[in-house]
Design a binder for this molecule. Structure first.
Ligand code: FHN
Length: 418
């Protein structure tokens, strides 16, 4: 179903920061000497940690290295426009001061501070949209939450959990921290149509402009969330978002060093943006409240590129689908401007089937004009443009050539015999 979320800020943002942070970050992927091969935030489930043992982790959780301003500035320097933090993940532990469950970071840990309050304040100052992740169905701590181990799911009173924990916590999140950009619901599991509708209405009744993610279930989301790390192959109409990891976990694992390189991140961003989506990229701070240095380095490197090339990313729309694959890169698109992203450098680039008349072509960062020829072969009924590029790329990550074109909509030939 094609969704239009109706919120310009989200449609123009294109790039956001996901933060998975909780008691699992303190466990850091290893329990009683056994490393989990799975995603870190699932360690309680995958290693069958008894609730009473997991609760004790809270007594050690004292992330004094946490600095809200640093996190928000990192997101901003990275070029990200919104921040989605786990207010409550499947483990049921609230990372904010909840009045309806003592199982929260202020009441249950020596830390005693409310990081969500500090982040909300920093986001408001830095102009970043504050958003919350909330696991609405899975709650491994509430006896009626989906996935609570000691009781089989079919014997639970799921409605009681929804009414007594999930909904009151959502009300808290929507009333304690100012304007919220969106609630990122996840894993709807046994949510009925009615359950999803009720949660969506609850959000909209308190903050009408607050979006709800596609994973609220039953098509009640304002936009479509793809599978984790899954990029649609083709352009996709409507509003959608790809949640993605920087390594192989969401929650911190001290031994996961399988980091994507900055160039790979730029390439993912281009694939997603050119096909019409937003990229929600995750960091997993550790139990001290520190974002891993490798994540910081990658984000800052991409951020430097974003600072000079942001025009080719923000507020772009789904780009027309070229009939040929381009081994050198991607196109992003705004009406009247086509951005050619050359990731694999070469002295000239040929674009087949491009039928719109180009008024001007230039390097985005320097304004230097690029020489090009446009031709049309009546016999094969095909257009072709050839660009002569400078000897070296402006940026080894990706050099952007802007084409100003006449038409609002782009004209492309269909494939034909050359
Ligand atoms: O189970 C969660 C997982 O822990 C993580 O939060 C991801 C992020 O998209 N969502 C679920 C799996 O899809």
């Amino acid at each position: 179903m094609v969704k239009n979320c109706g919120q310009k800020w989200w449609q123009e943002a294109k790039y956001g920061m996901f933060i998975h942070w909780g008691l699992y970050s303190q466990i850091a992927g290893e329990w009683k000497g056994v490393r989990t091969p799975h995603i870190g935030e699932w360690i309680m489930k995958h290693q069958n940690i008894p609730i009473s043992d997991y609760e004790k982790v809270a007594c050690e959780f004292n992330p004094t290295g946490f600095n809200a301003v640093d996190w928000v500035r990192l997101a901003k320097d990275a070029g990200m426009k919104y921040l989605v933090i786990t207010a409550k993940h499947h483990d049921g532990f609230a990372m904010y001061h909840s009045k309806c469950s003592k199982y929260n970071i202020v009441d249950a840990t020596p830390f005693g501070r409310d990081p969500i309050e500090e982040l909300a304040e920093a986001c408001a100052k830095e102009g970043i949209k504050m958003c919350f992740y909330y696991s609405q169905a899975q709650d491994w701590h509430d006896p009626d939450g989906y996935g609570y181990g000691p009781v089989p799911d079919e014997r639970k009173n799921f409605k009681r959990y929804l009414d007594e924990k999930c909904k009151p916590q959502l009300v808290e999140l929507l009333t304690q921290y100012g304007d919220i950009g969106l609630i990122w619901f996840d894993t709807p599991m046994i949510m009925s149509n009615e359950h999803s509708r009720e949660l969506a209405n609850l959000v909209k009744n308190i903050q009408p402009d607050c979006l709800v993610s596609g994973r609220i279930g039953n098509q009640f989301g304002d936009y479509m969330s793809t599978g984790d790390n899954m990029i649609p192959v083709l352009p996709y109409l409507g509003d959608w978002e790809v949640p993605a990891t920087l390594n192989d976990t969401w929650g911190y694992k001290y031994f996961d060093e399988n980091w994507k390189q900055s160039k790979e991140i730029v390439e993912c961003l281009l694939k997603i943006n050119s096909r019409g989506g937003n990229y929600l990229l995750n960091v997993g701070p550790d139990g001290r409240g520190i974002i891993p240095q490798a994540s910081i380095d990658i984000l800052r490197c991409v951020g430097r590129w974003m600072q000079s090339n942001g025009e080719s990313i923000y507020a772009t729309k789904v780009a027309p689908l070229f009939p040929y694959e381009m081994p050198w890169g991607y196109f992003t698109w705004k009406p009247g401007k086509l951005f050619m992203h050359v990731l694999e450098w070469r002295s000239s680039v040929q674009v087949h089937c491009f039928a719109s008349r180009i008024k001007k072509a230039y390097l985005l960062t320097m304004g230097e004009e690029i020489f090009y020829t446009q031709s049309y072969s009546p016999a094969s009924q095909q257009h072709r443009v050839t660009f002569q590029l400078p000897e070296k790329p402006v940026d080894p990550l990706d050099t952007v050539v802007v084409m100003e074109i006449n038409e609002e909509e782009m004209l492309l030939d269909t494939l034909n015999t050359l």
